[in-house]
Design a protein around this ligand. Sequence first.
Ligand code: NAD
Length: 471
Amino acid sequence: MVSIAVIGTGYVGLCTGVIFANQGHQVVGVDIDVAKVARLQAGECPIFEPGLEELLLHNIRAQRLSFTTNYAAAVPQADFVFICVNTPAGPQGGADLRFVRAAVRSIATHLTVEHTTIVVNKSTMPIGTGDMVHTMLSEEAGEGARFAVVSNPEFLREGSAVHDMLCPDRVVLGSTDRSAAESVATLYTSVVAPLLITDLHTAEMIKYASNAFLATRIAFINEVASICEALDADVRQVATGMGLDKRIGPHFLSAGIGFGGSCFPKDVKALEFMAEEANCHPQLLRAVQAINHDGRRSFVRKLLRLLGTLDGTIIAVWGLAFKPNTDDLREAPALDIIRDLIARGATVRAYDPVAMDAARVLLPAVTFCADPYEAASGADAVALITEWPEFLELDLPRVRDGLARPILVDGRNLYDPHTLTALGFTYRGIGVPPVEAWENGLAPLVADNGRQTGAAKRERIARHPLDVVAN
Ligand code: NAD
């Protein structure tokens, strides 16, 4: 069993510390946020992450896990120091490394000559940061201090962080010092996953390339969804059909209003920035970001088309967190969408199972409701933004009866359009043809997007087949 210091006790640092402590290691979490450390010392979990609170308490009670604001109480005795501080987007789009530099400076003063301390970069850090950390430590640590630097990017997903740390798809370690990387590998012996040891730059790049690729898949299927809407195809079935191809696979092909959160947006932007700095031409990364932003705008446009105007309307927003099972609001689509709705004169009544406390500060003009029914009561439409599983358990006739107009725009394709339409809702998903368009006699002549609908088009095909072929 070894001694580990974890610098930064956010989503990544706290989960890292808790999991290592649970494996029997002695872990001290260090954070500069005094209030957060006080809550952790009291055994309170400052974030919502399934399964984390129980493990946190268990390991604090077992005296394997403690928290401090004092680097001197954590670093000198540590065999491994994991840097897990935030690396947000800077003003130009590149990662802001202020927090990393501050952490490295604080670590440097506590490195010792007695044993080698392995400093592990777990935060997502731009390519070359490992070299920077090494240089800073060399310059700022005391004479003869022994240390090595290893990059060990983290791939956990918020909402399933504990599971992902226990069962990762892979463990990536990068270093110029192979034996240091192998030492870090010993911490992962209980994990059944491929282990990849690379040089520092390659490990750092694997993290950015992975996030950018996942973001690209989401942007791709969302672009396909827009085309499906224009051409009366169903993106859900398109994704199923695509995903059955083993070369493609089914993951990250769910159309919706796009990605948010603390990672994809900033990491795609940072990779674009790094590419530009290196005189590359990152046109795909630019397109991914543009498509993602369009998703938020076109969701509001969909509400606008159904309601005629947003001015003076009441919109019930279901879901605020950037995805289910987290309280994280960073870059959450709900924030942009709600601000846009309010700017267009709508009143917003919102509900989220866990993110409302944080949202109150960011969205002072919003009325927060005790449950989805209260949010929908008297509203002109429901805007579903986060696909919390509890929304599948709702009494939808009760929701319909409470609404002033039975309109539901589903930003995550959570519901079955036929069921909702049969219940009397005017339902719109993402990349899904309105049910009316497929049912004889119900089809409007022109769809929401101004094009002819499926039924109208089929009628035209029957009358003038060559006309359509020529299109
Ligand atoms: P976070 O904002 O939740 O937590 C960061 C913590 O670091 C905060 O508590 C902050 O107070 C603390 N901190 C900042 N400067 C410090 C310093 N000098 N000394 C001690 N503590 C300091 O961030 P996060 O979501 O845990 O992300 C951390 C890193 O991991 C980022 O680089 C992120 O991109 C990456 N990452 C995040 C996720 C995720 O899902 N959140 C997944 C994989 C990788």
